[in-house]
Design a protein around this ligand. Sequence first.
Ligand SMILES: [Zn+2]
Length: 418
Amino acid sequence: MITLCAFANTADDIKVIKQQDREVIERFKSYLNINTVQPNIDYYPAVDFLKKEAKRIGLESDVVEIVKGRPHVIIKWKGRDPSKKTVMLNSHMDVVPADPAKWNSDPFEAFWDLTNNNIYARGSQDMKCVGMQYLEAITNLKAQNFVPERTVYVTFVPEEEVGGHGGGMNDLVKSPHFDKLNVGFGLDEGLASPDEKFEVYYGERVAMWGIIEATGAVGHGSAFIKNTATEKINRVIQQIFNFRSSQEQELALRPNKRTGDVVSINLTSMKAGHTKDCGETYQMNVVPRTAQVGFDIRVTPHVPIKQVDEQVNKWASEEGVSIRWVQRSEEHHVTDLNDEHVKVFLDSLKSANVTFNTGVFPAATDARFLRAKKIPIIGFSPMNLTPVLLHDHNEYLNVDVYLRGITIYENVIKSITK
Ligand SMILES: [Zn+2]
């Protein structure tokens, strides 16, 4: 028997929601209610919630801490053949900060707007939805007496939003705990898509963060001094923006290209000015000896990292100009779309009439650590007809989109665990 609950925001707007779906949504809301905002997160309330969820479904769970206070929750659904490589369904527990003043509701209340059937919460798209959808899909499959051939690990990891280091996925993959999982294929986060087609990611751009510093002549602020640091850094900035425009144009001229297909660069810091004793006040009549800019480059796998490296070195080739890298990767790791597991995954989407684009994730996710270990990983968050609001104000997910995502995962899990 199906019980129906009726909700009304206004007399002429009545939503009827099945009791079973309401329970599913309440569980999603409960996870969203747990504050896991970076930095210095107390993860244990989320860990306790997930352990209880595992128990509800009838699955074993394990908590692994490579770094104290940075727990990974690993939920195991035992397959019929433990000798086979396993499937990893990954999501991260942490979320980015939300400014309540810019939101229409408390970001952790998980406000259910019944007029539009949307749930507003930090993490509703990135990516508490995905973690709960995995668990709901398994709940439904177990109710159908489905038993996977391969073992499935549903992993909830910390510290993704701060780069996956300091006890996050970067450290988990290097630990013996990870080797024991024997992962052969995995899913991790993707992005929402505003239209009907879903987004499937087989790779991501690599980040190169650097600082270019110029040193030049100093002197009185009233003189025409030659070779100043600020003149030199100005030439660097111009070259950076010329390059930035060329990439932006390439994106604009080719409608089939997406952000993940080009190289992006942004100036993220600028510093110059003479200060006494490193004070806060600048000496306004002194031409400073140094000037520097910091930048964030994201290199698409379609462009060799070496090529970008040479480009940046050219910008910093003038006398008195130098470059220092804060963080950079030396290699792209992409998942082969012809890999047998990936083909099964894509076929499972097609058989469920899910249309999709395949592409390169524009930013960084934990998938990069797994791809570096040659494990095929696909980035996929089943959110179509949804504006991309990750890290934005009033992040939300529509309830129907969320529920359809669970059905999609049921189909996907049935296929990829064979
Ligand atoms: Zn995320």
